[in-house]
Design a protein around this ligand. Structure first.
Ligand code: SAM
Length: 128
């Protein structure tokens, strides 16, 4: 994947496929930015917040930027997956492939907030 984030729709239009692991490079090359401070605001309002993100860098940087103490532990049933949890337990970010994320990992949700996840998926994966 050599396109920058703004070029990803054009990438799909060419019928090319992108692997979730390609996103690690997008983050390392600083071609993506996160809207993660909003997540922190939800937690400040008393909500329990759960996120799912494949790439390691934004998961780690979120807690650093928000100056939140956190623990990172491997996910037991997802190889290569990690759970990053704030020390008060209000914010959990699962670092794993969204398609491997299960109800058993985080229970039921009252609200799902999505921003720019579908655009990150190959067109052929969007109906899954
Ligand atoms: C366009 S960015 C949006 C990021 C964030 N939702 C925001 O609003 O700032 C898409 C994100 O999806 C992540 N991603 C892509 N494929 C994924 C997958 N299969 N499972 C989990 N995350 C994935 C990428 O690493 C990237 O951070």
């Amino acid at each position: 994947m050599s396109a920058n984030l703004g070029g990803i729709p054009a990438y799909w239009d060419k019928g090319l496929q992108m692997k979730a692991s390609d996103w690690e490079r997008v983050w390392e090359e600083r071609k993506a930015v996160f809207e993660m401070p909003k997540v922190h605001r939800l937690a400040d309002k008393g909500h329990d917040v759960v996120g799912v993100e494949y790439a390691k860098l934004p998961c780690r940087e979120f807690f650093e930027e928000q100056r939140l103490e956190s623990d990172t532990t491997p996910m037991e049933d997802v190889s290569g997956g990690f759970l990053h949890k704030s020390s008060d337990g209000k914010i959990k970010i699962f670092q794993c492939d969204f398609f491997k994320f299960k109800k058993s990992h985080a229970g039921n949700f009252d609200v799902i907030w999505d921003r720019a996840s579908l655009v990150a998926l190959n067109k052929s994966d969007r109906k899954k």
